[in-house]
Every structure is written in C-alpha cells, then in structure tokens.
Design a protein. Structure first.
Length: 398
C-alpha cells in the first residue's frame, strides 16, 4: 500500500490511522477515541479490518456525538440538520427506558411504544424530522388505513408520533408541531352481565378460575393487578386487598396504588384457596406459590378469555342472540356499572377503580347503562293524556 493510502485522517474529534506493529502496517486500521468521548474517560482504540470500515465507523461515531450535542444544546451541534426520525426515536427510547428504571413509566407501556414506533419508522425510516408536517402525518394515517389497521390503533400510533415530535421540539430539532385530526372511532357497544348472569357463568367455570372471575367482578381490579397479586397482598384480618408496586409489576398510575375492601365471603374463599395451595405444595415437597392466581404451570397467568368464552356459552348468557362477549376488562366495567346503579357516588367508585379524583373516564367509559336501566326513563305521552282525561271525567262526575 502506498504512503498516501496509509496516511491518517481526522473525522471530527476521531483519528483514523493504520495499525502499525514492529514498524510495519498490519493491514488493520484503528480509530482513536479521545478520553472525553470514551465511556471510561480514557483514550480508547477501536480496530477494524479496512480503512473504509474505520472511516465509516468514525463518521457514525461523529454523528452520534453531534446528535447528542444537538439534543443537549451544546456547542456547534446546535446547527445540526438532517436528523432522522430513526435517530430521534433511538434517543427518545433511551430516555423512556431511564423513566422505567426510575419507576416513572411501566415496562409494558415502553414495550407498547416500541411496537408503535416500529410501524411509524416503517413509513419514515430516514425522513428528516424537521420536515414532518400535517401532510406527512395525514399520509401516515392513510397508509395505515390502507394496511387494514383499525381507527383506534392508528390514533394511538399518531398520538405517539406527536409525542415524539413534541420531544424533538423541546430539543430544538423541530420548530412547529403539525396539526393532526384524529380518525373517528365507531362507538363500540359493550354489554355487561348482570349479577345473576355472572353467578351462572361462575357455575360453569372450574373452581380455581371461578374464584379469579369472582375476584375480578367483585373488586373491579385490572387483569394485570389480579394476575400479579400475591398472598402477602391479602389482609384477611381487615378484609383488604393491597395493589402495590413489586418486582415485575408497576401500578398504572399513582392513583392505582390502593387498598380495596372485599366481602367477608370472598375473603374466606381466598383464605381457603391459600390453605389448599399450601397443603398441596407441602404434600409435593414444593415451595408454596406466592401468586394468588397462578397459571397452569405455576407461573404468571396470561389470558383467561378462552375460559370465559366457554363458560358464557355453557351458561347460555346471550345478547341479541349471540353469546355475551366477556373479558376481564368487561368485568371491571360490570362492577362499576353495578355500583353506579346502586347509587355509589363517583368519589367512592374512582379510588376503587384506581382512577384519579374527578376523572371523567369513570362515567364515560366504565359505567354502562343497560336497556333495562333506561326503561325508568321511558316517557309515554299517551298515558299522560289518558290520565288527564280520566281526571277531567272524574271531576265532572263529582
């Protein structure tokens, strides 16, 4: 190789040079990383097979430094242009991961964000984030509609898209946020079972699943709260269930951290299940389970939709001639509806559900007024007319 081709090159703060050993070029190339850019604060050297690879890697590292500078507002990097959605998404996800580590965000929420971002980046992999406007977001919505996605999914992805753009705006990479119109979501009819129907459905379930379904229906907890519930969370003396942060589970919001009172009979049923589980474990020489409602093989339960569907069909509970669609979330809405019909005020219903005080979500989403409930509001003008005419005839007769 000629001397010219062996000359070192500077790529920003990085130096790309031939690797020399015993006075001869080994064929490999190194990237000198200065101490202030090295993770351990010491000068580092990265070895690559060819000069082309070394130069490409040095340019990538320079871009990382420039982007970090742009996001932190330091030095020359303020003028960085051409930052792609992919580059911003990577930094945003790193920040969200830090929020998960500090308990400010749930891991499940971060996982969901990752799936949404994957769809967004599939449409805009190398798009300059500064060029994203209303038209681009509208094009994305159209793209997802054509892909067969439902409106609710597209709206959720669009909301995350705007959240990412807002974050980039705070970092000085975006000047103006686009105006976005949400896609109308058809009102989804949710039918909740009556307490009598729930009794029939529980009779159609096995003993273990019936207790879980009863617990969900009587407490209104979220399914993840029930699936991660441990025996240590049950206070039998005071008939309370504690929803608390623990390894592998973070409450949805700060209002979700709560104590829920339960009936004496449910408390006794849970206590009996605990005694039975411990006796079974001792007989098998195993450690008693910590989960109240474990899965088939002792781990965390994942889904009971199939068991619910089978029980509904067996119990013959129908709506409009079809089996009632039942899920843990519908059971949560059923409990909210039952208590609302009983006259329980929102001030008591909201802390039970884990909602913020004054939340409009409680009534607008969770309370489902049934057709039978609405019969009390039926107006019969003909009956009013007949009553009036009857009163007039009676007055004349008198």
């Amino acid at each position: 190789m000629t001397k010219a081709k062996l000359e070192a090159e500077k790529i920003g703060p990085f130096r790309v040079a031939p690797r020399i050993r015993d006075g001869a070029h080994t064929g490999a190339w190194i990237i000198d990383v200065p101490p202030h850019l090295s993770p351990n604060g010491k000068r580092a050297r990265h070895t690559l097979a060819t000069k082309a690879e070394a130069l490409a890697d040095a340019k990538r590292m320079l871009r990382e430094v420039q982007l970090d500078g742009a996001l932190s507002g330091r030095g020359f990097a303020r003028k960085l242009s051409g930052v792609t959605l992919t580059e911003v998404s990577k930094r945003w996800l790193e920040e969200q991961a830090d929020r998960v580590a500090t308990g400010k965000k749930r891991q499940s929420s971060l996982d969901a964000d990752g799936f949404k971002l994957k769809a967004i980046l599939g449409k805009f992999p190398e798009t300059d984030i500064a060029t994203v406007g209303t038209k681009e977001v509208a094009d994305y919505q159209k793209h997802r509609v054509e892909a067969g996605c439902v409106a609710a999914t597209i709206n959720a992805e669009t909301s995350l898209f705007l959240q990412l753009l807002r974050w980039a705006q705070e970092k000085g990479l975006v000047e103006k946020l686009p105006k976005v119109e949400r896609i109308p979501v058809p009102v989804k009819r949710v039918d909740v079972p009556t307490p009598e129907e729930m009794s029939c459905i529980m009779d159609a379930l096995g003993e273990q699943r019936a207790l879980l379904v009863r617990f969900l229906a009587e407490t209104g907890v979220r399914k993840t709260e029930a699936y991660t519930l441990e025996w240590s969370d049950l206070d039998t003396a005071n008939q309370l269930v504690a929803i608390r942060r623990k390894d592998g589970f973070t409450p949805k919001t700060r209002h979700s951290d709560r104590d829920i009172p339960i009936s004496a009979s449910l408390c006794e049923a849970l206590s009996a299940a605990k005694r039975a589980a411990r006796a079974k474990a001792m007989k098998a020489g195993e450690t008693p389970p910590s989960l109240v409602f474990p899965g088939r093989f002792g781990g965390k339960l994942v889904n009971i939709r199939r068991a619910l569907a089978s029980a509904v069909k067996k119990a013959g509970v129908k709506r409009n001639g079809q089996p009632l669609k039942l899920s843990p979330h519908v059971l949560r809405k059923a409990m909210a509806t039952w208590l609302h019909v009983r006259g329980v005020p929102d001030a008591l219903l909201q802390p039970r559900l884990g909602h913020a005080p004054g939340s409009r979500v409680t009534k607008s989403v969770y309370v489902k007024v049934t057709t039978e409930d609405m019969r009390a509001s039926v107006i019969d003008l003909e009956a009013e007319r007949r009553a009036r005419m009857g009163a007039t005839e009676a007055a004349r007769s008198a």
